[in-house]
Design a protein around this ligand. Structure first.
Ligand code: FES
Length: 316
């Protein structure tokens, strides 16, 4: 059967991603960068977690990086279009300043995207880490070319300045393909916690006497993986997996009124499941609890109760 152009294009894209993901010589550079970042974070002292929460998008309940990447891509598209118009119709003096302004907006947005992307990249592994490193390098090169072009345009309106920003734009588009791969294939930034539809009715999951106070315990509620926690005499139940990269929260621990993820230290408020410390951005799936005949029962929290988090789980 004849191979269609779409198939050829798709296979070429997959091959590029595979080749990049296999570049193990990038690993030592990744570790060095990660260590340098750790030093930088520590220099922030007590503000470290707050700054990281802002950059991850924990305050927003959504990763910040993908939102910011739209700014340089959109602005640089405009800059490219204005440059084309400027070349075609020299008599219109307003296209060149418009291109420069769009380039500047893209540079500001690109700097924000670089910072947030780097913060998220720190917690990736293996293929995602190597792909993320190349994605970041391409974007930084695009940003550097745009900065050079912007500063040159302050004094000259010539071919090299347009060529540099055009090249930067092309690199940013290529890099966006890798960014899409990181989200849609590697699931970086995707909410990994489970969102089951069941159980809608209470199901018994554990004898009350088997639950150790202040320690998350994994149970099955129908097909759903759930953690149970009893703290201060109250029962709480949440989805087992961390929204960040899916760590088992039953291996985590309680601290400062929250459940701490064992992999990267995200913290979720015990009473509501809201994320109070990144890198996670989404909240935990919540379940209601009750105790009947000495057995703990759980069911999915009805959606109408999700909008206003309840601070206590249902008790006997
Ligand atoms: S898996 Fe990364 S914070 Fe939980």
């Amino acid at each position: 059967m004849a191979v269609t152009p779409e198939q050829r294009m798709r296979e070429a894209g997959e091959r590029v991603v595979e080749v990049i993901a296999r570049q193990e010589w990038l690993n030592p550079w990744g570790y060095k960068l990660e260590h340098a970042m750790a030093v930088g974070w520590n220099l922030l002292g007590g503000r470290r977690d707050r700054v990281r929460n802002v950059l991850h998008g924990t305050w927003l309940g959504h990763p910040l990086h993908p939102m910011l990447t739209d700014v340089p891509l959109g602005a640089w598209t405009m800059a490219f279009a204005f440059d084309c118009l400027d070349v075609r119709s020299r008599e219109h003096a307003h296209f060149a300043p418009a291109a420069q302004m769009a380039l500047g907006v893209g540079i500001v947005g690109g700097a924000g995207a670089a910072l947030t992307g780097l913060t998220d990249w720190q917690y990736t592994h293996d293929d995602a880490r190597r792909t993320g490193l190349v994605h970041g390098m391409l974007n930084l090169t695009a940003l550097g070319l745009s900065v050079w072009s912007w500063s040159r345009r302050r004094t000259q309106r010539d071919g090299p300045s347009r060529l540099a920003s055009g090249l930067g734009y092309a690199l940013a588009l290529g890099s966006a393909f890798l960014g899409g791969n990181l989200v849609f294939r590697e699931r970086i930034g995707v909410d990994r916690t489970e969102h089951p539809l069941e159980p809608r009715e209470f199901v018994p999951v554990l004898f009350e006497s088997e639950l150790v106070d202040e320690r998350p315990q994994h149970v099955r509620a129908g097909d759903a993986d759930v953690i149970l926690v009893r703290s201060g005499g109250r029962l709480y139940a949440y989805g087992e997996h961390c929204p960040h990269l899916g760590a088992p929260l039953s291996d985590g621990w309680l601290s400062d009124g929250g459940i701490v993820c064992p992999w990267h230290g995200a913290r979720f408020e015990l009473s509501t499941g809201s994320t109070v410390k990144g890198p996670a951005t989404s909240r935990l799936t919540r379940f209601e609890t009750c105790v009947r005949d000495g057995r703990i029962e759980v069911r999915l929290l009805a959606p109408e109760h999700e909008a206003v988090p309840r601070t206590t789980a249902r008790q006997r």
